[in-house]
Design a protein around this ligand. Structure first.
Ligand SMILES: CC(C)(COP(=O)(O)OP(=O)(O)OC[C@H]1O[C@@H](n2cnc3c(N)ncnc32)[C@H](O)[C@@H]1OP(=O)(O)O)[C@@H](O)C(=O)NCCC(=O)NCCS
Length: 150
């Protein structure tokens, strides 16, 4: 099931984040996101948090800030389900599009986004830290306003 992330989930979410991200969000980043009212969702099965997502609702748009799936549950559709959950909510709220930034080296995530309706909209130079110093981000966009919405 997918449900809202609560303060009680943050330690488990942080453990996933630290296990899958080279430059993970901190405990403070997750707590700040919850307090700021960002949309934070978790996938839970048999009481185990398998993955999470945080997005930021802008007036007309949504920005995906973070998504992660524990290694043991990857390639089982967890991230796909989280993205679908975001798109349904954002559409219901009449948002026009979702955008995100992703490391140019993050082939799994870029493949995921391409398969779930996102397209590359641009590139930001030296956006992320990496072992070599920095790397570019791809900016990707999923347009939510489809035919028949007019
Ligand atoms: C990227 C990530 C969130 C994907 O989560 P996931 O639950 O494994 O993804 P899904 O099972 O929903 O995959 C959906 C589709 O995305 C693509 N995909 C996902 N992982 C992939 C991988 N490692 N390599 C290639 N394609 C991949 C596939 O097309 C997949 O469909 P398929 O399994 O039927 O081929 C996960 O690998 C992760 O947590 N990575 C580390 C954190 C991260 O990079 N977050 C994104 C930051 S922008």
């Amino acid at each position: 099931m997918i449900r809202d992330m609560t303060a009680a989930d943050v330690n488990a979410v942080l453990a996933i984040e630290q296990s899958v991200q080279p430059y993970p969000w901190t405990l403070g980043n997750f707590n700040d996101a919850l307090q700021a009212g960002y949309v934070a969702r978790v996938v839970v099965n048999d009481g185990v948090i398998q993955g999470f997502m945080v997005w930021y609702p802008l007036p007309d748009e949504a920005e995906l800030l973070n998504i992660g799936v524990a290694e043991a549950y990857q390639r089982q559709g967890v991230a796909r389900a989280l993205l679908a959950d975001m798109v349904i909510t954002a559409r219901t709220q009449a948002r026009q599009r979702v955008f995100l930034e992703v490391r140019v080296s993050n082939v799994p995530a870029i493949t995921l986004y391409c398969r779930t309706g996102f397209a590359v909209a641009g590139e930001r130079r030296n956006y992320y830290k990496n072992a070599q110093g920095s790397e570019n981000a791809l900016v990707m966009v999923c347009e939510l306003k489809g035919a028949g919405d007019e």
